[in-house]
Design a protein around this ligand. Structure first.
Ligand SMILES: [Zn+2]
Length: 164
């Protein structure tokens, strides 16, 4: 009897450990390709958005770390919302956080709305475009010099280099 009890408990514990990992994997673009809802329910402004971009921007997905070309972007310029085109970050705010996601110390004032996100057992602050509602990433208080770290999905951003 005791043995069976332990088996069941063991399975439940494994379920508790693995379920959040499985749902995290489901939410990572690359593992999951289909939208949960019909895209007509989303505020899609840019008709050229890929499915991956839609999953991140409208279903709060996350691109895989290290996959964005913007991690290596060092030119002067501005970063815009890939859905509506609003300017969100200046290149002067970009820094290498080592996380694998494009990171910034500050955003253009007023361009984001934030909300507390409790997914995956963590309390995080999610930010989305104030103009179109698209999700962009999470902001943390562990940036350089005690400042903020905007951890952005590169797929949500459009970089426009400064004209020479
Ligand atoms: Zn936008």
């Amino acid at each position: 009897m005791r043995r069976n009890f332990l088996k069941i408990t063991g399975a439940s514990i494994l379920g508790i450990i693995f379920y959040p990992l499985a749902s995290l994997a489901n939410n990572l673009v690359g593992f999951k390709k289909k939208l949960k809802k019909d895209e007509s329910e989303y505020n899609i402004i840019n008709p050229d958005l890929t499915n991956e971009q839609k999953i991140i921007m409208f279903e709060e997905g996350t691109e895989r770390a290290g996959t964005s070309e913007l991690n290596y972007e060092k030119r002067k310029g501005t970063y815009h919302c890939a859905n509506c085109g609003v300017k969100l970050f200046e290149s002067t705010a970009k820094f290498d956080s080592g996380t694998g996601w494009p990171s910034f110390t500050e955003a253009i004032p007023g361009v984001f709305v934030t909300k507390t996100d409790y997914s995956f057992g963590m309390k995080r602050t999610e930010y989305s475009c104030a103009n179109c509602g698209a999700h962009h990433g999470h902001v943390f208080n562990d940036g350089p010099d005690g400042g903020k770290r905007y951890c952005s999905n590169g797929l949500c951003l459009l970089f426009i280099p400064e004209s020479q």
